[in-house]
Ligand binder design. Structure first.
Ligand SMILES: Cc1cc2nc3c(=O)[nH]c(=O)nc-3n(C[C@H](O)[C@H](O)[C@H](O)COP(=O)(O)OP(=O)(O)OC[C@H]3O[C@@H](n4cnc5c(N)ncnc54)[C@H](O)[C@@H]3O)c2cc1C
Ligand SMILES: Cc1cc2nc3c(=O)[nH]c(=O)nc-3n(C[C@H](O)[C@H](O)[C@H](O)COP(=O)(O)O)c2cc1C
Ligand code: SF4
Length: 659
């Protein structure tokens, strides 16, 4: 039986174990694709945690028109051989191996600069990101040249000292735009369909691999990343059957030494595969790798929420794949691989599947991690410095913000005491991670981590202690850190005080013990509660003031929002959810909610009404204390501004380093 600790070879590259880092574009490089010191230091930590294993770098562009956002590595010209060599040297010094990911965006291009030539694709088509230009369809000669450009960039990678290359032939990028049937209707040789390819137009990937092999030589490892299934059906994309029967064997014949199995296509409903959100089970893409492994004779890499060391080991032991790739688990804990290999499972800080790292709006300035706020900030944040002036600090609130602060400040040598009014640490995460019949459980990993660290480090905690002005006066701390969280907003509408009117948080804690006919006021914050209620057979009406639903303020994750909207519109529910948009609540009565919808009045009958209009800062104590001890009171997390777990932990981690 193979084991995760067994060495393996990919062509001439020997790896000491079966765990590799999945490609991830971090956005820390300079806009011309040069690695920054920040990026190099970040990779140094990952390289040490990879324990001699392989790091697959994020998308690495080589043509300006094929780049996507700013801040990604480039192998666009000879200059980059030297620039990337500095990064490669650091990774090698730490004992790991590395492979750039050859990427051309084609129609998913979002050039990091307006100097870029127009985007290109297999055909003339609108760019996948709305509002951008139409692509230029590559001519026969240009298509051939494009395959040569991939190969030249791979050679530059080899010359920079990389140990292998990963060819990005997945997620809808340029190569996929040629070989996905739904995206290529060309009539020339680049659109040719042959019987042995099962009607998939495969010339472009085959030529790309053939030329790459020619340039890098027979021994240099070429890993090919594919979407095992685009999950768009056989008309719009290719399926796992196409992949197993035709595409994967053809890629291996053309020179692939290893297949790395992801899934889906960017900006389509299968987008979730690129960073499976919290609603998806662990190992959600495993079936694709298992099936492909049965039809090729090269090593196969599995990926996708393999965040439990135990599951990683089973994948190898059961022979489902030859290697396991981890992306977000290594962001949440850059020692994930090391701890898994050493069997230190309990010490892993687990990913929350919250996808703060994926969020485009969070990406300005590079990706950030909710579980590991120091990720990408290693240069300035790590290692922690001991304080020269230890202070007596009182932390009010044991949610993610208060815990992260307390752990950091305690480690720096401050005398920290944590006060929590309930009987446990975790704050609002206990509600958000336990939505009945809506799987959000991964979020609780942050609570488990904080609890473990608070206990391990011996940070003193007073539970069931609601801090008041009097307690602070008695304790006389040097500094108070208020991390008291938020409260559900209650609108000023007649009837909100009636007994059958609940806040979102109250409702989530009571489901299913509420009335049969439920009106949920707030189609964003109330979306998960509405789905949960409907899954218990309740008759649910969502009332929403705007014209859209399913975008809770704490959720940074586009793929999760798409899925949540799908859950809401699920026709198979016993009672499909009614949605009334552009509607304002005028009054709540004992058995109904009166609405103003445009100019009309509408009445919806209700046994229970849920107020889910978002949350506001619970900052009353902070304001009182500030008046007494100005400058010595700090606010972090939802108590400063209601946002999300990631914002709470990063504010706690920052303040813990500042004081
Ligand atoms: C229903 C719901 C779903 C959510 N889902 C997500 C999600 O999917 N992803 C995401 O990123 N975020 C989500 N969030 C938001 C996230 O939970 C919060 O942003 C985060 O918990 C804020 O952390 P915090 O430490 O600032 O506050 P909290 O987690 O609210 O913790 C505050 C703590 O302070 C304690 N406290 C308050 N006053 C006192 C006092 N006077 N004395 C002692 N203790 C006190 C409270 O008991 C509480 O434990 C969700 C929130 C809710 C309500
Ligand atoms: C922030 C982020 C960046 C990513 N960047 C890339 C990338 O550059 N190239 C790629 O092929 N996949 C990319 N992916 C997908 C990952 O490689 C991986 O397949 C996915 O995250 C699922 O694995 P995980 O559950 O271990 O995170 C990215 C994912 C995330 C979350
Ligand atoms: S931001 Fe969230 S999903 Fe991304 S790696 Fe960190 S914990 Fe995991």
């Amino acid at each position: 039986m193979p084991k995760i600790t067994d060495p393996i070879k990919i062509n001439s590259m020997e790896l000491p174990h079966r765990l590799v880092i999945a490609p991830n574009g971090k956005g820390y490089a300079y806009n011309d694709g040069t690695p920054s010191e920040r990026l190099i230091e970040n990779y140094r930590y990952e390289a040490e945690g990879a324990l001699g294993g392989l790091i697959q770098m994020g998308i690495t562009w080589f043509k300006l028109e094929g780049s996507c956002f700013g801040g990604f590595l480039s192998l666009q010209d000879e200059r980059m051989i030297h620039e990337q060599g500095r990064l490669v040297n650091t990774i090698h010094l730490a004992g790991a191996k590395c492979a750039p990911q050859m990427f051309h965006a084609g129609a998913i291009s979002v050039p990091g600069t307006d100097q870029a030539p127009p985007p290109v694709s297999s055909e003339e088509r609108p760019c996948f990101f709305e509002g951008l230009e139409t692509t230029h369809a590559l001519t026969d000669e240009e298509a051939e040249q494009a395959t040569i450009e991939y190969a030249k960039a791979a050679l530059r990678g080899k010359e920079a000292g990389y140990d292998a290359v990963n060819m990005h032939m997945c997620h809808g990028s340029l190569v996929t735009q040629f070989y996905s049937r739904g995206l290529n209707n060309r009539k020339d040789r680049w659109g040719e369909r042959k019987k042995e390819w099962g009607d998939n137009p495969l010339l472009f990937p085959i030529e790309t691999l053939r030329r790459t092999r020619e340039m890098v030589g027979p021994d240099f490892p070429i890993i090919v990343r594919v979407s095992g299934d685009e999950l768009l059906g056989p008309e719009e994309g290719f399926t796992i059957d196409d992949m197993c029967q035709y595409i994967a064997p053809a890629l291996v014949d053309a020179g692939a030494d290893c297949l790395d199995i992801s899934g889906g296509r960017l900006l389509r409903q299968s987008f979730w595969c690129i960073g499976p959100p919290v609603y998806f089970p662990h190992g959600c893409l495993l079936d694709l790798a298992k099936k492909i492994k049965k039809c090729v004779n090269v090593p196969v890499i599995a990926v996708g929420k393999l965040m439990e060391p135990k599951l990683c080991r089973s994948v190898i032991e059961k022979g489902w794949a030859d290697l396991v790739a981890v992306c977000r688990p290594m962001m949440a804990d850059t020692d994930f691989i090391k701890k898994t290999i050493l069997g230190k499972d309990k010490e892993v800080r687990k990913c929350l599947s919250c996808n703060m790292c994926m969020a485009v709006e969070e990406k300005a300035g590079g990706l950030r991690c909710a579980a590991n706020p120091a990720y990408g900030r290693e240069l300035t944040w790590l290692p922690l410095r001991k304080t020269e002036e230890p202070k007596n600090i009182m932390v009010v609130g044991g949610g993610p913000a208060g815990c992260e602060f307390a752990i950091t400040a305690h480690q720096r040598g401050h005398k920290v005491t944590l006060y929590e009014k309930s009987d446990k640490l975790g704050g609002a995460v206990h509600v958000g991670s336990a939505v009945p019949r809506v799987p959000t459980r991964d979020l609780v990993h942050i609570v488990q981590w904080h609890k473990r660290e608070v206990e391990r480090l011996g940070v003193p905690v007073f539970f069931e202690t609601e801090v008041t002005e009097e307690i602070v006066e008695k304790e006389k701390p040097d500094i108070v850190v208020c991390a008291t969280g938020g409260l559900d907003k209650v609108p000023d509408v007649p009837g909100v005080g009636l007994p059958h009117v609940l806040t979102n948080v109250d409702c989530l804690q009571r489901i299913p013990d509420v009335g049969q006919r439920v009106v949920v006021v707030g189609g964003h914050e109330g979306a998960e509660a509405a789905v949960s209620l409907a899954r218990y057979g309740k008759q649910v009406t969502i009332v929403e003031e705007t014209n859209e639903i399913g975008k809770p303020s704490y959720c940074h994750d586009f793929a999760r929002q798409m899925k949540l909207q799908e859950f809401i519109l699920d026709e198979k529910l016993e009672h499909p959810i009614d949605v009334v948009i552009n509607a304002k609540v005028v009054e709540i009565t004992e058995d109904a909610v009166k609405l103003q919808v445009g100019k009309k009045e509408q009445i919806v009958e209700a046994d229970t009404v849920v107020l889910a209009l978002g949350r506001r800062e619970d900052d009353a104590l902070a304001k009182i204390l500030w008046a007494k001890m100005p400058g010595m009171v700090h606010r972090i997390g939802d108590c400063r501004e209601v946002r999300s777990i990631g914002h709470a932990t990063e504010q706690g981690a920052y303040l813990g380093r500042q004081l």
